[in-house]
Structures are given as C-alpha cells and as structure tokens.
Design a protein around this ligand. Sequence first.
Ligand SMILES: [Zn+2]
Length: 294
Amino acid sequence: MVNAGVFYHQDFASHGVVILKNRVEPGFLALNPLIEAGLLKVFTPRITSEVEELLVRTHFEDHIHDVKKIGYHEVALLSAAGVIQGAEKLASGELKFAFCFVGTAGHHANYHSSWGFCYYNDVAMAVARLNRIGIKRIMVIDIDPHFGDGTRDLLGNDPDLIHINFYAEPFYDITLYEEYNDLNLNQALQNLDVCISAAGDDLFLSCLTSSLQYNWDCEFVIVIFGHDSHSEDYGNFYLSDQAYPEMARQIKKFAAHKPVLFVLSGGSNPDVARRVIPPLIEVFLDNAPGSDEE
Ligand SMILES: [Zn+2]
C-alpha cells in the first residue's frame, strides 16, 4: 500500500510568485520515477469551504484583501489547501509521509501582513486544522535559511507546539524575538532558534542533530523546507546535494513512526529542486533505494 503522497497543482508553476515558481514543475517532474514505480501517490489540492474558513481564522481581512488586489489570493490559498489536505491524510493514517509543493511560501506571513514571497501561512492553517481534529502536540522544524517570523508570530505562544527555527543572519529586528527565546528556552523549552549564518553541510547537520536531541514531546512533525539553503540557490546557507538526504534521515529517525509533512518554502533554482527533492523523499519511502527502513 502506498503511504507516501505528494501534493501538486499545475497552477503553482503557472501562477506562483515569480521568484519561486520556476522550480516547481522541474522538482515535481523529477519525481516521475518514484510515482511510476508506485511508491508515491499524487494528490491535487482543492479549495474547500473549510480551507476558506481556516484562512479567515488565520489572517486579518485587510491582509486577505491586499493579497487579492495583487493577484496571489487563489494560488496562495491553493498552496495552503495542499498543506491542509496533506495534514488531514497524515492525521487519518492514510499517509505516513507527505511532500507539498506550493506556488507561494508561508513562513513570513503573520496575522496582519506578509513579505518575502509569502502571502498565507500554510503551516499555521494546517496546524489549526490538526488542532481541530485533536492533534495538538506538533513540532514545526523550519530549515529555510530565513527566519520564520510569521510562523513564530502565529504559533510561538502555543504551549503544545514546538517551533525549531534555523536561519542565517537576520535582516529584521531580532530584539523582537528575544522575549520569546528567553521565555521559551528558560521555561517551557518550546521554541528553539538556531542562527548559523553561511552554514555548510557539517555545521547545519550537527546543529540539526543537537536540536533534535532535546526530549521533545510531539505526535506530528512538520518540516518547512526551503532549498534556498543550497549553495547554488539564494539563501545564506551553503549546503551541498548530500546534506538533504542526511537531513531527511535525521528527521525520519527523530519522528520514528509519527507522521511527517514536508512543506516547500524558499528556493528558485530548478536544477537544485530537481536534484535535491527526490533523494530527500526517497528516505521516507518504504522499499525505495534511499530508504533505511529496518
Ligand atoms: Zn528562505
């Protein structure tokens, strides 16, 4: 039985935000061998009334109005719909692993506003959906090299949620977040920020190992995956192709048999998408060449 899924809509490539959209179709087409081998099932996201309702619960109406005005409402909502529907299929047990392509990103979107190719916070909307069906102890690991400020704003005070946030040097006011860091590291150890500017494979992977070593209590793992962390992409990490399957193995080991949802974030280089996404996904597939399932 296929228990891994990929969520993809052709509008992500045609109507997505300019800097991000060119990598979407190449990344998806590179999965064809896995799909044809029957290891990965493809799902097409749909905007439903529930998705619309999660949007107005997550974002202020003026922000939604602004996104409509600039023409990204449909594709941003469709992107969030894929993440929400991926989360639902993991929660129901239909899938064990899901990878969601998107046309816009989400982690810089807060209640009132957004920036950096993000419009609607897809992960915050999926967390709201999971909470509603009784899944509350969620870990969000953001390995995009830009600080997930929108996600921290929306989810940082949720006592049941853990937010591990990797980033390179800040170009916003970090003092805004110190309060969260002190509070959470000293009291609840609920959120962890890992600033590793210009990190290569060794530093990134060793920091990932140490950040997963805490005795985190969670039942569901969400990974915000930006391949702008690659040395040939635009973010300020300098990872090689080899870092991605190793990152996936660490997360798979940490998650044990808990559901894992990967959500695409930053990244613009089609070659990077084509090279790094399939090996990463293979790690999570039963009986695939890259799987280390015992
Ligand atoms: Zn990024």
